[in-house]
Design a protein. Structure first.
Length: 144
């Protein structure tokens, strides 16, 4: 079965780490228990939503402070678009994103499947928090 066929369906996030290129240091940028889903559909579309554990939970969004809103934005990733597969690489062609800098871009992902586990590694890119070059490494579990 080819990779594209194996990707179809919904995956639940198990872990999300960042490796800093300059030092090799690893961190759990989204905490020890991040949440997230990644779905690939047969019509060639994908959607990803990831959230950090321990996100702020304002009691009333209409009264949320600017800092709470910043924290909510900085503790998630969400985007959708088409996807293509070439060997062990998947490219997400971003149509819509929580971060307008990603909208219209092509996000290359290196993927590896082991049974019902999907491992995704991005290429080095600047961290959204401090600009240092990081490589994101994500582990997903296939849902039924």
């Amino acid at each position: 079965m080819d990779l594209k066929e194996q990707l179809y369906g919904t995956w639940q996030l198990v872990s999300a780490t960042r490796r800093f290129v300059a030092t090799g240091e690893k961190s759990e940028g989204f905490g020890a228990r991040p949440s997230g889903y990644l779905t690939y559909t047969r019509d060639g579309r994908m959607i990803a939503l990831l959230t950090k554990d321990g996100r702020p939970k304002p009691s009333d969004m209409s009264k949320a402070t600017d800092q709470e809103r910043v924290e909510l934005f900085n503790s998630m990733i969400a985007y959708a678009g088409k996807f293509t597969v070439d060997g062990d690489k998947v490219t997400h062609h971003v149509d819509i994103s929580w971060n307008e800098n990603w909208t219209g871009t092509h996000q290359l992902r290196n993927v590896r499947l082991e049974g019902r586990k999907l491992y995704i590694r991005g290429d080095a890119q600047p961290s959204g928090s401090d600009g240092r070059q990081v490589i994101a490494e994500l582990e997903w579990q296939k849902l039924q």
